[in-house]
Design a protein around this ligand. Structure first.
Ligand code: NDP
Length: 295
């Protein structure tokens, strides 16, 4: 008989507030499915305790961890290096132990890309992104790295919008313009991909659609939303009614989870298992979009 081994490999998410983050059931469903005796812990970490938490993760041999708000920028000085897109974005949402080093990666945009690629190829595409925060930056950088050629950044706050436009122009060398958002936005007819990367529509703040003129969405456009809960947002409902193909926020969440598990464990997890774990949490509403776009 083999010697018993009760030691589990540790991963998790650091955030505050973090209790509603659904990553644990999604990631642990994959660990169970693939027979890995690993754990993913949901860890409430206050900003003042972040340095101690990272030291603790090192001391306890964590294989890696996700960082969510408010730690995506603050964690960087505590790490030993950054991956390419995390360095471009200046934000980390996934820390990976490589040997003795903790390396910061950003899987938000890569997860979005993975979800999008099930529906459309971003190469040569013209993109409108609503928002200029962390999710918008991550998505814009990965789309540009994947070959999207022109961007319109529509944001409420002009300064943040300008910073993202600048990043796209100078570091990614793609065409980019900023629009200060006021009133219902008219989507230009030649746009291929429309992305909501704001927090508009997130539970429990109601079911608002973005301030856009939905009659300017055309059937040939792909419309994506980062909001995972509820998975069917007002924007996606309007887009489907206009005949557009859609990508929901659950697909992005699953996509970034798949990449994190791949980084930490080296295995290729089954995205269907992960999506079903999330659908159980968010109940029947997820199915409506999932049926059209299995991740
Ligand atoms: P940030 O706080 O960094 O950015 C929020 C963005 O939303 C800003 O551009 C902000 O504009 C805009 N915004 C917020 N409220 C409004 C409003 N009422 N009207 C117009 N614009 C508004 O957040 P993140 O970028 O980190 O996250 C954004 C969303 O993305 C969250 O809901 C999060 O849940 C989701 N997300 C989903 C992921 C997934 O895997 N599905 C992964 C990561 C994030 P301004 O600059 O003017 O304040």
């Amino acid at each position: 008989m083999n010697d018993p081994n009760f030691k589990q490999e540790l991963t998790g998410v650091f955030g505050q507030p973090v209790a509603e983050n659904p990553s644990q059931p999604m990631v642990e469903a994959a660990y169970r499915h693939h027979g890995l005796p690993w754990r993913y812990l949901t860890l409430e970490v206050a900003p003042a305790d972040l340095a101690a938490a990272v030291r603790g993760a090192r001391a306890m041999g964590f294989r890696g961890f996700n960082c969510t708000q408010p730690h995506k920028l603050a964690v960087i000085p505590h790490l030993d290096g950054l991956g390419e897109s995390a360095a471009l974005m200046g934000a980390v949402n996934c820390v990976v132990r490589r040997g003795d080093r903790l390396i910061g990666e950003n899987t938000d945009g890569k997860g979005f890309l993975q979800a999008l690629q099930g529906v459309a190829d971003p190469t040569g595409k013209r993109v409108v992104i609503f928002g200029a925060g962390g999710a918008a930056r991550a998505i814009a950088v990965e789309l540009a790295l994947a070959g999207a050629t022109s961007f319109i950044i529509v944001n409420r706050g002009e300064q943040r919008g300008r910073e993202l436009v600048e990043l796209l122009r100078t570091r990614l060398r793609v065409a980019a313009e900023g629009v200060a958002w006021s009133g219902d936005y008219t989507v230009p007819a030649d746009v291929d991909l429309v992305v909501n990367a704001t927090s508009i529509g997130l539970h429990p703040h109601g079911d608002a659609c973005l301030p856009i003129d939905v009659t300017t969405l055309r059937p040939r456009m792909v419309v994506a939303d980062v909001i995972p809960n509820p998975p069917v947002t007002g924007l996606l409902r309007a887009a489907r009614a206009r005949g557009c193909r859609v990508v929901d926020g659950l697909a992005m969440l699953v996509g970034q989870g798949v990449i994190g598990i791949r980084y930490w464990t080296g295995i290729e997890p089954d995205p269907g298992v992960m999506r079903r774990a999330l659908e159980e949490i968010f109940q029947g509403s997820a199915q409506v979009v999932a049926e059209r776009h299995p991740s």
